[in-house]
Write a protein that binds this ligand. Structure first.
Ligand SMILES: [Fe+2]
Length: 280
């Protein structure tokens, strides 16, 4: 991405907007918005959004496109989204490879799309329609899942075929690969090695929670664990520089710890990638 290679960002949450925009408690290089949380709002939070866009490059990570749903795409939403992306000069727009709506009811969770050929055809067609309308590539994210629903192909074949046929980008969530590899007992490096890494638009990193000896849940509320840093360090040596985003959705009490995570990611990036921008 133009001028963003090797930058380290964080999701802009209202709880930490002051610490990012009004002070330097947290020092990301770019910000990620969930557009649904910032579209069509006025007043104080609209002023914060404008300040954020003045100060930082912005990526957007959508929550409600519901690429896997059987219903028609929500074109009213997509039209508003295009205006929002243009207004905020959004560099990259990403979405989950999942569905969040069924018969027009929002399910408020990211459900896995069945790893099947008919689902591939369906999702490829929808990604192409969205990209054509938005006039920018869509980066789709590998999601964490806890039961493969009606699988008739492997996860890696499913993701790779969609990305190649839709001619879209990939948002590589390294923590999600770790979580899925752990829960479904496959090799995380082998999985990442098979992905079309030249299509990665940016990387997500996050913490997770181990709830059972054999089950971890992707929560975005805990610090990144060492094995996920190790997987990240291995991954970035397999690919060209891209932006890297720390996902943190709650537990904002330990700001020092979150800042140290941003610094850890920067340290690993500087070690392995030649990046030209001035790091803080
Ligand atoms: Fe993610």
């Amino acid at each position: 991405m133009e001028n963003m290679e090797g930058m380290v960002g964080i999701g802009l949450r209202r709880d930490i907007s002051d610490e990012i925009i009004e002070s330097s408690v947290l020092t990301p290089d770019f910000l990620e918005f969930a557009p649904e949380n910032w579209m069509g709002i006025g007043g104080y939070w609209n002023r914060i959004r404008k300040r954020a866009v003045e100060k930082f490059p912005v990526t957007c990570h959508g929550l409600s496109l519901s690429l896997g749903s059987p219903e028609d795409l929500d074109w009213d939403f997509i039209k508003e989204l295009k205006v929002f992306l243009d207004e905020n000069q959004v560099k990259i727009f990403s979405e989950h490879l999942s569905y969040t709506k069924s018969r027009n009811a929002h399910l408020y969770d990211l459900l896995p799309i069945p790893f099947r050929q008919d689902a591939v055809d369906h999702v490829v067609d929808r990604i192409r329609q969205v990209q054509d309308f938005l006039e920018r590539p869509l980066a789709i994210e590998n999601v964490s899942y806890y039961t493969p629903v009606a699988a008739e192909m492997s996860e890696i074949d499913f993701v790779t075929e969609i990305v190649e046929r839709a001619n879209c980008k990939l948002l590589l969530d390294v923590n999600n690969v770790y979580v899925n590899a752990f829960n479904h007992k496959y090799d995380a490096r082998e999985y990442i090695g098979k992905l079309p890494l030249d299509r990665v638009a940016y990387i997500h990193m996050a913490g997770h929670e181990q709830v059972e000896p054999d089950l971890i849940i992707d929560t975005h509320g805990q610090p990144i664990i060492d094995p996920v840093y190790e997987l990240f360090e291995w991954t970035i040596q397999q690919m060209k520089p891209v932006p890297v985003l720390l996902e943190r959705d709650y537990n904002f009490e330990e700001l020092d710890q979150i800042q140290s995570e941003l610094m850890n990611l920067k340290g690993l990036i500087k070690k392995h990638w030649k990046v030209s921008y001035a790091t803080s």
